[in-house]
Design a binder for this molecule. Structure first.
Ligand SMILES: NC(=O)c1ccc[n+]([C@@H]2O[C@H](COP(=O)([O-])OP(=O)(O)OC[C@H]3O[C@@H](n4cnc5c(N)ncnc54)[C@H](O)[C@@H]3O)[C@@H](O)[C@H]2O)c1
Ligand SMILES: [Zn+2]
Length: 365
């Protein structure tokens, strides 16, 4: 059966190649047509998160309907799957399924599967086509876009990886209906980040957002706006040599808090919620940011169940210590992203560590 698929809602140009983003309810069932239409490949390996087998089955069925040879591999849900052992298992499954240079890897899941299957696509037979089908809010607005792929080592997160752009990204916002509230909120922390980076009506839309996930048509619009924001940055700086650093707003303090709280503490988006508040307070001191932006952001984050106070068990000295370790090897710079106003962003800032420490300390009250 051939239904004419609507066109992409965004076509970014990264390097010299277009990256179309399709975003619509029901788009899961059109993945096969998009893969088959994009090149002459006739085989795909669908790598699917164990938490969304139904989404994987629909994508696989659409690929079969499009006349593709299809292998399906499930990956156990969770960050622990983002490792070299799992990469080897998938690469061998691809080899046994006869996946060749011109075939494609289709990643169906959140950021874990996107990063893992993305790195499979980057490295298998020195690189095959990649299709990202993100199923979490975080993956839709962030991890499926921009081409960063990789796996973790015991020594550190994302320590082995590559930049490998997807040839198409397919988002079906209807899948968010099954995403647990905590995961939705974590994705929303990144949405708040985009609101601050862009300012203007995106910031207003984020501040006024109703209970998550929100009305279907508006969710699609919000995702599109955030995806446009990320892709606009990536298309100027694919390899993260300059401007792409603005995407780290809230992430220097956020990573420090995430690491100091340890395993079982904050999820990434929760730590970013706190990291954004630190970045805004430091921006008030360093760049005279109007304090009402921090107040408004705090209200927005709290309203969606994100933390706005720091757990008392987290050691502030340790957070600052991790933040200063987390820098490039150039002296003592904390290397933060700060704002003069929403939409007016400065990267590579080196604020006074005492001000940063006070901003984190303040989260305890
Ligand atoms: N490549 C990048 O640029 C980039 C950017 C940000 C984050 N990341 C990476 O992304 C990962 C985090 O991604 P995540 O937050 O999507 O987490 P995740 O992939 O672990 O998914 C979160 C949980 O949601 C479940 N799930 C996924 N989709 C679902 C759905 N539709 N319904 C119900 N359950 C569903 C998963 O099984 C999992 O348990 C981290 O490894 C991080 O390093 C990468
Ligand atoms: Zn993040």
């Amino acid at each position: 059966m051939s239904t004419t698929a609507p066109g992409p809602v965004i076509t970014a140009v990264i390097g010299d190649r277009p990256v179309p983003v399709h975003l619509a309810v029901g788009a899961l069932d059109r993945v096969g047509a998009l893969v088959a239409g994009a090149a002459a490949g006739d085989g795909v390996i669908v790598v699917v998160d164990g938490g969304v087998p139904h989404a994987g089955a629909r994508v696989a069925a659409s690929c079969r309907d499009a006349g593709l040879r299809v292998a399906v591999e499930a990956v156990p849900a969770g960050e622990a799957s983002k490792n070299l052992g799992e990469l080897e298992r998938l690469a061998r499954a691809a080899a046994r399924a006869g996946i060749r240079r011109r075939d494609a890897v289709v990643a169906v899941g959140g950021g874990v599967v996107g990063d893992l299957a993305g790195f499979l696509a980057a490295s298998y037979q020195r690189g095959v086509r990649l299709v990202q089908v993100p199923t979490t809010l975080l993956a839709m607005v962030d991890s499926s876009l921009g081409g960063k792929t990789g796996v973790d080592l015991p020594e550190g997160k994302n320590y082995v990886g590559a930049v490998h752009q997807p040839e198409v990204v397919v988002m079906d916002p209807a899948v968010l209906a099954t995403l647990p509230p905590r995961e939705l909120a974590c994705g929303f922390a990144e949405v708040v980040k985009y609101g601050l980076l862009e300012g203007g009506d995106l910031m207003e839309m984020v501040a006024a957002w109703p209970a998550l996930p929100g009305p279907a048509a508006e969710v699609a619009d919000l995702i599109r706006r955030c995806a446009e924001c990320k892709l606009a940055v990536v298309s100027q700086d694919e390899f993260d040599l300059g401007r792409r650093a603005i995407l780290n707003l809230g992430h220097t303090a956020g990573h420090g808090i995430e690491a100091a709280a340890g395993y079982g503490g904050y999820h990434h988006g929760e730590a970013i919620s706190l990291g954004l508040l630190v970045a805004l307070r430091v921006s008030e001191h360093a760049l005279a940011l109007d304090p009402r932006w921090r107040d408004r952001t705090m209200d927005t984050l709290a309203r969606h169940g994100l933390p706005v106070t720091l757990d008392p068990s987290v050691d502030v000295d340790e957070v600052v210590e991790i933040m200063s370790r987390d820098k490039k090897a150039d002296g003592r710079a904390l290397n933060m992203v700060l704002l003069r106003a929403p939409g007016d962003v400065l990267t590579h800032q080196d604020p006074d560590p005492a001000v940063v420490r006070a901003a984190i300390e303040e989260l305890r009250s």
